[in-house]
Design a protein around this ligand. Structure first.
Ligand code: PGA
Length: 230
């Protein structure tokens, strides 16, 4: 079963979430079978609206369970809000100063709270894939990580939101290298859309997709889900 994750990033308001939820729920219940687990990661204030026949995730959490951390959200609060997953170490957060040890601390807290983590890694344009990504993984995955509570998302930074997707050959080669050292489910992300989802999902060593921009259009997202059935 593949995993298809929608990362809305900092997009969406109540009306958007309400109608998205209705459309997605109807679509999922109209399917006789679904070959993918669907996870929606909206901005935290919209989590309560997104209840249905799919899983919920958050886009970040704090490394502490509670306390005087104004503006932060803890893993237990997210779990209580209905999340089963949390995305950690997204390149857009790394760009703002998030570092691997912090990702690892957050992941350990999230796992202890009963959340599954989606730990994001990826090289920037011109960086050496293997050096960067293996170091990020080594330093971002906590020692408590298991195949059950941890998923890796490989997202080349140059492919995120740019319309430039890695070729399936690159994806296969890079995922194979990651899988040699890290035995976790492995998602691909970076400009995935309905037009390329099917061939990426069929690529060896790809266990699912992490989708940003294309997940904001519910019809496009439904077509991405359908491509996992083909
Ligand atoms: P994108 O984003 O699909 O818009 O490239 C992917 C991500 O950032 O997770």
């Amino acid at each position: 079963m593949s995993i298809i994750v929608a990362n809305w990033k900092m997009n969406g308001e109540h009306e958007f979430a309400r109608s998205y939820n209705v459309a997605l729920k109807e679509f999922i219940s109209s399917q006789a079978t679904l070959a993918a687990e669907i996870v929606i990661c909206p901005p935290a204030p919209l989590l309560y609206l997104m209840k249905g026949n799919y899983k919920l995730g958050a886009q970040n959490c704090h490394s502490k369970n509670s306390g005087a951390f104004t503006g932060e959200i803890s893993a237990p609060i997210l779990k209580d809000a209905g999340c089963e997953y949390v995305i950690l170490g997204h390149s857009e957060r790394r760009e703002m100063g998030e570092r691997c040890p912090s990702v690892s601390d957050k992941a350990a807290t999230a796992n202890a709270a009963g959340l599954k983590t989606i730990i994001c890694v990826g090289e920037k344009d011109g960086e050496d894939f293997l050096d960067v990504v293996l170091a990020q993984l080594k330093n971002s995955i906590p020692s408590c990580a298991t195949e059950q509570n941890t998923i890796i998302a490989y997202e080349p930074v140059w492919a995120i939101g740019t319309g430039r997707t890695a070729t399936v050959k690159e994806i296969e080669a890079h995922h194979a290298e990651i899988k040699k050292k890290f035995n976790f489910k492995l998602l691909y992300g970076g400009s995935v859309k309905a037009a390329n989802a099917k061939e990426i999902l069929k690529t060896p060593y790809v266990d699912g997709l992490l989708i940003g921009g294309a997940s904001l259009d519910v019809d496009e997202f439904k077509n991405i889900i359908l491509s996992s059935n083909e």
